[in-house]
Design a binder for this molecule. Structure first.
Ligand code: FAD
Length: 346
């Protein structure tokens, strides 16, 4: 691993790899430092929107695509039927491997088993894959190290975390389902997202409203009511950060979950990570902000406001869930408002 680069990117998730590809294509000397032994593995339901990430990845990475969404509240169910698929599912490991290959092909240097430890005056302090602590010198550091980012913490920025639980079950389900049940999931929801040979079953909520332990109990209760046996399933937990405070901090940058860009309402974070990764690369190269960034940040803020409203007390979330379902049934509100991309309909 070299000890000098133009840009050191901490984290080889979708945000870091998108940033690396963009910078390397423009000729920058880019180092990606990933603490895991490989790229792509991540606790995730693998849902991506057809207005957002789907057009940006090769079709053979898409597992299933759904033109119909089934949404449930305690008292109602709504079906959103569109001519074209709205949401697709993707395998995170395959996505990560493809993105890593793209970044490497563009000329980025990717290193696994490397932990970023701290920011320094001239760059970064890291522990390499042989266990040695080393100084890296670079003009820019990009924190793409996820919801519990070391770089974000070193910059002194607070985070607000939502918690997600996910089980990949070896069963095939047909419908993509969202269950808005405030009693079990507060401002969040339970999901059933079918993949090619498995089904992602999980729950997401604001970590300030429900503890991980309680969320797990509630996930079991809800899954059993759906006829899904979670008994021996491996349930993995992960976080998303939705406290956005900016991308640029001098020569230090944040993208994706490290920047707090996931949706507080749905937990969607892959597309914001990719978009912000590319945007930071553009800003490093040319000091200009790409126009796609502004609508993303606006959408993020709107989701945050709605999530805060939906997390207030007991009555408000229940009323909001029923109102949302009613409006969906009456086609008075567009399901695309839940996406982080601002589509033509959104
Ligand atoms: C249960 C669950 C379900 C989800 N489902 C969806 C979904 O269906 N659709 C969707 O769009 N989003 C979903 N998300 C959110 C999505 O996974 C994240 O928002 C997205 O992965 C963020 O990408 P990122 O590149 O910013 O960070 P990450 O994907 O988290 O990547 C960060 C990388 O940095 C590495 N790293 C961390 N610290 C260090 C360090 N000190 N040194 C070196 N490397 C480090 C990590 O190993 C990791 O590889 C879900 C999240 C959870 C928890």
């Amino acid at each position: 691993m070299p000890d000098k680069a133009d840009v050191a990117i901490v984290g080889g998730g979708p945000g870091g790899l998108a940033c690396a590809r963009h910078l390397a294509r423009a000729g920058a000397k880019v180092l990606v430092l990933e603490r895991k032994p490989g790229f792509g593995r991540k606790v995730c339901a693998g849902g991506i929107t057809c207005n957002g990430l789907v057009p940006l990845v090769p079709p053979d990475l898409i597992e299933r695509a759904f033109p119909v969404q089934h949404i449930f509240s305690p008292r109602q169910r709504a079906q959103v039927v569109e001519k074209q698929p709205v949401i697709a599912t993707i395998n995170r490991e395959r996505l990560g491997i493809w993105m890593a290959q793209q970044a490497a092909d563009a000329g980025a240097m990717l290193h696994t088993g490397v932990h970023a430890l701290a920011l320094t005056e001239s760059g970064l302090l890291v522990r390499d894959n042989a266990g040695a602590v080393r100084s890296l010198h670079c003009s820019h550091v990009v924190g793409a190290d996820g919801a519990r980012s070391v770089i974000r913490r070193a910059l002194g920025l607070p985070s607000r975390l939502s918690i997600g639980l996910n089980a990949m079950l070896p069963v095939l389900r047909e419908q993509m389902e969202w269950h808005l049940l405030p009693r079990l999931f507060a401002s969040g929801y339970g999901w059933i997202f079918p993949h090619a040979k498995t089904t992602s079953v999980g729950a997401f909520t604001d970590g300030n409203l429900i503890s991980g332990k309680r969320l797990q109990r509630n996930l079991h209760i809800w899954a059993a009511a759906q006829g899904i046996e979670l008994g021996n399933a491996s349930i993995q937990a992960g976080w998303v950060n939705y406290e956005y405070r900016g991308l640029c901090f001098g020569r230090r940058w944040l993208v994706g979950d490290a920047a707090g860009l996931s949706s507080a309402l749905t937990g969607e974070g892959i597309y914001p990570a990719v978009l912000s990764g590319e945007a930071v690369a553009t800003m490093i190269l040319s000091n200009t902000m790409p126009p796609e960034l502004k609508p993303l940040i606006k959408r993020h803020q709107r989701h945050r406001q709605l999530a805060q409203l939906a997390g207030r007390g007991r009555v408000v979330p229940a009323l909001l869930a029923e109102l949302f379902l009613l409006l969906l049934r009456l086609r008075a509100v567009d399901f695309h408002h839940l996406e982080m991309v601002t589509s033509s309909t959104g």
